[in-house]
Design a protein around this ligand. Structure first.
Ligand code: MG
Ligand code: MG
Ligand code: MG
Length: 309
């Protein structure tokens, strides 16, 4: 980004995860060092895993942004789909996108910086793009390392690339963290879901997408015990059914992901749910499919649905 006096908001997707919050903070920090008037903001509540990171660093969470005015300058990190972005995004001025997801419906009226790489985490891209240009501080390094640990589940997700491994190794040195120890504590902090209502649970990390005219939501929660999480299965299903009716969804998939054993239990509801059976080549039983070795929405769950819907 070139020097710019105008206020620029930097944010990740709705229902923000650790990558969305940490990459926003880091990108805003880098942009400021380059003379831009950037502010990191968030499009939803900070989850417990991210809170662990912010508390560890003793820094404040970004301010909540509900909506943007026409012509507002923004930088999108960790997303590009308008259904996952801020209200008013269609008429905002998108200055830059730094992302590691499929490119879907983005449309801009002016030229922009667009950095897309199929890496495991947005922060890996941020690190790679800036490491030789900007001096990276301990806080920035910890934020980026945390985002990489989160998105790649400690480098175990199939989304992990050699670039993520290298970035995490280098960032851990600057951050002075033991990746395994810090990473496991951080991931575990995000699995304490007891005090969330089922409605909150199915929205914590939910992504809405339009595919072939169908509206689908894939939500994901991390756990250290699938069995424990299924204690509220009936209530979860009721909340998912309500969401299907209220938001006119064709499919709602909730992935309950075991971060220790790298498997997911999928709950699939909605009139298009046979696509999940096709995608995973398994019958739905009790509204569920057990997906062995599946931990990534982006690389495993979404493609399985996408090619069959
Ligand atoms: Mg994300
Ligand atoms: Mg990400
Ligand atoms: Mg994620």
């Amino acid at each position: 980004m070139e020097k710019n006096e105008e206020k620029i908001y930097v944010f990740g997707h709705k229902n923000p995860d650790t990558d969305s919050i940490c990459s926003s903070l880091v990108e805003a920090s880098f942009a400021k060092k380059n003379g831009c008037n950037a502010e990191a903001v968030r499009l939803g509540n900070v989850n417990k895993e991210t809170k662990y990171v912010l508390d560890y660093l003793g820094i404040e969470e970004p301010r909540l942004l509900e909506e943007v005015e026409e012509g507002q300058s923004v930088i999108l990190v960790d997303h590009n789909e308008f259904t996952q972005s801020v209200k008013g995004i269609e008429n905002a001025k998108i200055e830059a996108v730094i992302d590691h997801h499929r490119i879907a419906d983005i449309k801009t009226s002016t030229p922009l910086y667009y950095t897309a790489k199929p890496y495991g985490c947005t922060s890996t891209i941020l690190y790679e793009e800036n490491k030789n240009k900007i001096e990276i501080g301990k806080i920035e390094a910890t934020l980026m390392a945390s985002a990489i640990i989160s998105d790649t589940l400690l480098l175990k997700s199939p989304t992990t690339t050699k670039y993520d491994e290298k970035a995490l190794e280098e960032l851990a040195k600057i951050a002075e963290i033991n990746v395994e120890e810090y990473g496991l504590e951080m991931l575990k902090a995000g699995t304490n879901l007891d005090d969330f209502s089922v409605e909150e649970l199915i929205n914590l990390d939910a992504k809405k997408m339009e595919i072939n005219g169908k509206t689908i939501v894939i939500a994901q929660v991390n756990t250290v015990s699938i069995e424990d999480s299924l204690k509220r299965k009936e209530q979860l299903e009721k909340a998912m059914e309500d969401e299907i009716n209220n938001s006119k969804l064709d499919l709602f998939v909730l992935a309950i992901t075991d971060i220790l054993n790298s498997n997911s239990q999928l709950i699939a509801l909605g009139k298009e749910r046979e696509v999940v059976e096709k995608g995973f080549n398994k019958k739905i039983e009790n509204n569920m499919i057990f997906a062995e070795g599946v931990v990534s929405r982006k690389k495993q769950i979404l493609p399985a649905i996408d090619k069959n819907i």
